[in-house]
Design a protein around this ligand. Structure first.
Ligand SMILES: [Zn+2]
Length: 208
């Protein structure tokens, strides 16, 4: 995706012109993931190594919240799921940082001309307390996707001792996101008179 599209998306919430946009294709996606807590593994959440006596088991670094975010993004773009893009039978993904995979997912959305609007994720873990790490997680996810930090929200909760998260057998995460179709954004009045390569927006203007 060009810098122009990023700038366009980032600036639009501050611009009242948004009221004139009638052709925005807004989509949403959701993701859910669970990993088992075991001894002898690092606990990585949102790209942050967290002090704990157990870590999450998985082929990659098992960063459950980043996995949920990736599935939400892929879902919004109708790109299936992370299992399809990064199979856990492929040795190249063994132990890989999920933040690296997230960057790749960001590029896949760019290739389909989707602009990420926002991401909201919830980590469900009985222990440890995650609040001290949340800011760094948000920073890591925003940086990987070249978003501003106010486009990314991550929060943590417990299930009050109930279920597999309550018994500390595992940690789960949910995520939702919204994305816009970038070619629709390029049809905005602010691009009138500019050459944007014969995109759908310009063609619509020509017909008027
Ligand atoms: Zn996972």
């Amino acid at each position: 995706m060009s810098e122009g599209i990023r700038f366009f998306a980032a600036g639009r919430s501050k611009n009242t012109q948004i009221q004139k946009w009638e052709n925005i294709d807004m989509r949403v996606g959701m993701g859910y993931d669970v990993h088992k807590l075991v001894e002898g593994r690092d606990l990585i959440l949102g790209g942050v190594r967290i002090e704990h006596d157990k870590g999450l088991l998985g082929h990659s670094d098992a960063d459950v919240v980043v996995h949920a975010i990736m599935d939400a993004l892929l879902g919004a773009a109708a790109l299936r799921d992370i299992g399809r893009h990064f199979p856990d039978t492929d040795p190249q993904y063994k132990g890989i940082s999920s933040i690296t995979l997230l960057k790749h997912v960001g590029k896949l959305l760019e290739e389909k001309m989707y602009v990420i609007e926002n991401i909201d994720a919830t980590i469900i873990a009985q222990k440890p307390k995650l609040l001290p790490y949340i800011d760094e997680m948000i920073h890591n996810v925003a940086e990987a996707l070249q978003l501003s930090e106010d486009q990314v929200n991550i929060k943590a909760t417990t299930e009050e001792g109930l279920g597999f998260t309550g018994s500390q057998e595992g940690i789960s995460a949910h995520a939702v996101c919204s994305v816009s179709y970038a070619l629709d954004l390029m049809g905005d009045d602010r691009l009138q008179g500019q050459n944007c390569g014969g995109c759908r927006g310009c063609a619509a203007k020509t017909e008027q």
